[in-house]
Design a protein around this ligand. Structure first.
Ligand code: GAP
Length: 524
């Protein structure tokens, strides 16, 4: 049984650093100090993301007769999100550190025990301030630390900003023993504000309305792609002649004003979802939820996330979203702990019923066979695209000790990405850049493959170094055009090349004419 608490921060740091160094993922607006919770995918990252989305689409839409696609707008009508419950309820409890002003998720603060030092205020000469403040000290910590922190807090209110906090005299010190409290900032011991509900949606103004309060001028950036699927359910039904059970799939951006974006791209403020709303008869909901769970686990396995690193959490009563009768979280062993990758939720008829009620328009389904009218129930496999890319990168990263041709050992960094998602499928090298014939053939191979996949041509440096550069970005195949290709040494080998495999580093000889079918077979 895997240890779900296991973390490896050093490995994570290496992955983040490689992502930047080789062009997978950059901090958004890094030039200006960074936009917290937002990320830009570089030349290689964008390829991995596209490969993942295209494969998900192929498996769930193209290869299935019972699922069709949708691409809904990101800007969402206020009424849609009022009906779904997001305007009233899509919030997290939040509190602020009185000292540093850091904003924390109240439900994510680790309970702490210790002695709390309370104060009622501070004074200096004629000046004084009366405000309650407290600092939590853990066992063994010196009480002077509490006083130093309290003085820093009260110094904020002093008109002389250059005054040393040491000049302040604290008022009304008293202590209490605290057990498992979440009222103090674990970083500095400072008291936190009471928790308040904080709506996670980004609100924006539409058009040139003169009033900021005009309800018709308010729109939201969608917090999930699902809602446009529900609001377009009837249109899709009427125009595509689908019959229950059937699904509507969508890939697209979602936005949440997360209080604590963290763990690289894992919790972002702008991210992409890959969602399916699978509409069914009420009596089939629970069975289909179990079937979708298995389907999704197989999918992850097929892109290179091994089953033993995936964990299924059957979310207990009381912890599920209000609309759900059953939810499985699919979790993955990230280097920062075992965390959610996807939710498979049985949302019942909650959403369609709410939209029918709020819009006043019928959204029922008429079953031709049974002559029944009903609101379909829905099973929702909802995956995070960015989280899956992160899982793929984390799983692929490896540093292994290898011995070179001269017997010297070195560390090889290799991204063992599945060929389906690898950003570059094959790199093509002429052995010698000065050999015109080798360069010509290499370019020809490049042009014949690039219509079907992303390939890369490289002629600089020793071949060994070129292999290493490709290993580090996960290129599964390297093709080298050499003297044998020209048939100079052995006519039987004319028009063949070396195909080198990233994971085993083994090489084989293959005819140029066999390259395309062979590679297509490996990457599809
Ligand atoms: N429509 C259901 C829904 O949105 P969710 O569990 O809130 O459910 C589904 O989100 C998936 O979207 C998550 O499992 C995760 O992969 C991804 N996701 C949610 N919030 C995210 C965030 N702040 N950053 C990155 N991915 C996120």
């Amino acid at each position: 049984m895997a240890d779900k608490e296991y973390t490896d921060p050093e490995r994570m740091e290496k992955i983040v650093s490689l992502c930047k160094r080789r062009g997978f993922i950059y901090q958004s607006a890094e030039l200006y100090g960074g936009l917290n919770g937002c990320w830009d995918y570089g030349p290689l990252g964008v390829e991995v993301k596209r490969n993942l989305k295209e494969y998900w689409w192929r498996r769930n839409v193209q290869e299935r007769e019972d699922i069709v696609g949708l691409d809904g707008s990101i800007l969402t009508h206020q009424s849609v999100l009022t009906a779904s419950g997001h305007v009233g309820g899509f919030s997290d409890p939040m509190c602020d550190c009185l000292l540093s002003k850091a904003r924390l998720r109240a439900d994510q603060i680790e309970p702490q025990s210790g002695t709390a030092y309370h104060y009622t205020g501070a004074r200096e000469s004629e000046w004084s301030v009366a405000r309650d403040f407290a600092v939590l000290l853990r066992e063994g910590e010196n009480e002077n630390r509490a006083r130093k922190t309290a003085r820093q807090y009260y110094a904020q209110f002093h008109p002389n900003k250059s005054l040393s906090p040491k000049a302040l005299e604290l008022v009304g010190e008293s202590t209490t023993e605290e057990e498992d409290t979440t009222r103090y900032n674990p970083e500095n011991g400072s008291l936190l504000t009471e928790a308040r509900e904080f709506n996670l949606m980004f609100k924006t103004q539409m058009g040139a309305s003169s009033s900021e309060e005009d309800p018709n001028a308010v729109a939201y950036l969608r917090p999930e792609t699902a809602q446009s699927i529900f609001t377009q359910f009837k249109n899709v039904l009427d125009t595509s002649r689908m019959k229950v059970p059937f699904g509507i799939a969508q890939i697209g951006k979602a936005f949440r004003n997360e209080i604590n974006p963290r763990n690289f791209t894992f919790r972002s403020r702008e991210f992409e979802q890959m969602e399916i709303e699978y509409f069914c008869r009420p009596e089939d909901g629970l069975r289909l939820t179990d079937e979708w769970l298995e389907n999704r686990l197989t999918f992850y396995n097929d892109i290179g996330l091994p089953r033993e690193k995936l964990h299924v959490l059957d979310v207990p009563d009381g912890e599920r979203a209000h609309y759900s009768k059953k939810t499985y979280d699919i979790e993955f062993d990230f280097p920062f702990g075992c965390q959610e990758l996807e939710g498979v939720a049985y949302r019942t008829d909650y959403d369609l019923s709410k939209h029918q009620e709020h819009s006043g328009r019928p959204i029922e389904y008429f079953d031709e066979a049974t002559k029944e009218k009903f609101i379909p129930h829905v099973v929702e496999p909802s995956a995070g695209c960015d989280r899956t890319v992160l899982a793929l990168l984390c799983e692929a990263f490896e540093e292994e000790e290898v011995t070179d041709a001269k017997g010297k050992s070195e560390v090889r960094t290799v991204m063992r990405l599945h060929p389906r998602v690898a950003p570059i499928k094959a790199a093509i090298f002429p052995l010698l850049k000065k050999n015109e014939e080798q360069v010509r053939i290499s370019r020809e191979i490049q042009h014949s493959l690039e219509r079907f996949m992303n390939v890369f041509y490289d002629q600089t440096g020793a071949v060994g170094r070129r292999y290493r550069r490709q290993d580090e970005v996960g290129t599964p195949f390297c093709i080298t055009v050499d003297f044998e290709t020209l048939g100079e040494e052995n006519p039987d080998l004319k028009d063949t090349v070396t195909l080198r495999h990233r994971d085993s580093m083994e090489q084989e000889r293959i005819a140029i004419s066999d390259l395309l079918p062979r590679l297509l077979d490996e990457i599809q």
